[in-house]
Design a protein around this ligand. Sequence first.
Ligand SMILES: [Zn+2]
Length: 155
Amino acid sequence: MAAYDIEFNEKVKSFRCPHCGEESMTVWGWVSKNNAAHAAYFANLMTGHQEIPARLTISIGGWGEEDNLAKRKWVFIEARPIPGSYEMMVREPEESLYNGKKILGKALTRSEALASPLVQEFFAVADHIALNDPAVKSYLVGEQVSSEGRKATVN
Ligand SMILES: [Zn+2]
């Protein structure tokens, strides 16, 4: 069994939703797998919205000391709360606020991601984030976004 761990960036950053202007929050961090750098992620939490999917931009490969941009691939996954749990869906990279950021590596479209052998890995990392990042976890169960493990900042 792979062991995942997260190093949290200390900030909880507020931003205005580019679609409707409602307040939203971003947290981010780095995921290790079996003690080796593995992935980086941004989670957009749409706090001011009626629908509250967590929008995860996850980049896997070539992180840490290896630092190889050519090995990185990223996907955009939406985690949508359902009673007692959440469900995940890969969406198109154009929907991510981070689309075009070179540091994330190559964007996979929804169909590319679903056909890729990496898809299970993306879902495993997304699950780990949803269950272990206190901000994402609190948000997905409908609670106030927790800054546990981080400091809340005004921008
Ligand atoms: Zn909005």
